[in-house]
Design a binder for this molecule. Structure first.
Ligand SMILES: [Zn+2]
Ligand SMILES: [Zn+2]
Ligand SMILES: [Zn+2]
Length: 130
């Protein structure tokens, strides 16, 4: 009876910029390909890697504390206590954007490139670029 349960990681690398075109790189560590210009960039952030390796999560099946042991996310872990399987997923990074019209704050998931946002308060459309 292996249920597939997910736990979100508490740590995420800081958002990095492509040195080639200055757009945001997709979130991650290691060799990351820029979605805008295709340049392959090495993203490394030692404190995040350490935090990810040492991250402890509670087994969602039996609440035993399990150490991730790797900086990879998502990663599948097997609980040593109940043999339950679960996945630590990537933390979803959100950024705060201010609506240029009404100044209300929107929390969005950044994606590389330009996109159009619709302010939920004043319904104005505006563009953001990452
Ligand atoms: Zn680029
Ligand atoms: Zn367990
Ligand atoms: Zn607005």
């Amino acid at each position: 009876m292996a249920t597939h349960t997910e736990v979100e990681s508490k740590h995420a690398p800081p958002l990095a910029e492509c040195p080639n075109c200055d757009h945001m790189l997709p979130q991650g560590l290691g060799e990351i390909e820029c979605e805008i210009c295709g340049a392959v960039c090495r993203v490394s952030h030692e404190p995040t890697i350490e935090a990810l390796k040492n991250e402890t999560v509670q087994c969602p099946h039996c609440a035993t504390v399990v150490v991730a042991g790797t900086e990879n996310r998502p990663v599948e872990l097997t609980c040593s206590s109940c043999s339950g399987i679960f996945v630590i997923t990537r933390k979803v990074v959100k950024v705060e954007i201010q609506c240029p019209n009404c100044q209300s704050r929107l929390r969005i998931r950044p994606r590389p490139g330009k996109r159009e946002l619709n302010c939920p308060s004043c319904e104005v459309l505006f563009n953001v670029t990452f």
